[in-house]
Design a protein around this ligand. Sequence first.
Ligand SMILES: [Fe+2]
Ligand SMILES: [Fe+2]
Length: 260
Amino acid sequence: MKLTWLTDLHLDCVELSYIENFFESLNTDAILITGDIAKSNSFYKHLKRIQILTNAHVYFVLGNHDLYKGGFKRSETKAVCITNENLTYLTNSNVIKLNETTTLVGEDGWYDFDSGPGLYTPIKVQDFKRIEEFKRCHYLNIVNLSKQRSQVASRKLKDKLEIAIQQGYKNIYIATHFPPFPGAALSENGKIDTDWLPLSISVAMGKMLAIMADNNADVNFTVYAGHTHSQIEYKHFDNLKVLVGKAEYGKIFISGEINL
Ligand SMILES: [Fe+2]
Ligand SMILES: [Fe+2]
C-alpha cells in the first residue's frame, strides 16, 4: 500500500486545471493531508474532488486556513459531515490500522503562545481577523482560546496514542497541522524565527509526545505536520521524529511517499 503525504495545499490559490492534472496523474492507494487544504467554504469540495480524481482513500486534518471564511465550529462540522468510507477526518476518528504494525492517528492541533516571546510576540496573523471565534475577541482571549485548543487536542491525541500502544502497534504515524517542537518549525528562510514560534507550534503537544516516546522506547512515533511551509526532518528522540512538508502558494508538492 502506498500512502502519499501532502500538506498546505491552499487549493483556493491553485488553478483548477493544475489541481485536476496533478491528482489525475497521482498514482497512490491513500493520501494524507496535514491541513491548510483551502478555506472553510471550499475545503470539503476539494477533498471530494481529490477523492474522485485519485480513487484513493483520503485522510486529513484541518489547518488554520481551513477555518477562514468560517470558524472552528463551522469547519469541524463540515469535516465531520463529509466523512464517508473513503474520506476520513482524523480529528474525529480513532486509531486507524494501516498494516499489522503501523497505525495512523491525527488531531488538527493548534498553536499555544507557549514558545518564543509568548503572547508578547509582535506578530499578528490573519487568523485573528478571519476565524469566526476570534473576530470579536480581545487579544488575550485569543491567546487563552488558543491555549485551550492546543491542550484539548493534545489530550485527545494522548488518548489515541494510548489505545494504539495498547493494541500493540510499533509504528505510530501522527498527523497534525502545527509542529510540536521549535526545532521543527523553520521559517521560509530555513531558520527558526522566535517571534513566529508562539503562532507556529503546539508546546502542549510536544510535551505530551516527548513523555509518550520516553515511556515507550519500543514504539516509533513519526509526526507529519505542516503550517510553516518549510521542509524539515527533526529528530527529537531516536523514536520520535517530526517531518514538516514544504509548501508554496499556487503549487502542489508531494511531501512524502510511504510504502506499507
Ligand atoms: Fe499553510
Ligand atoms: Fe497553517
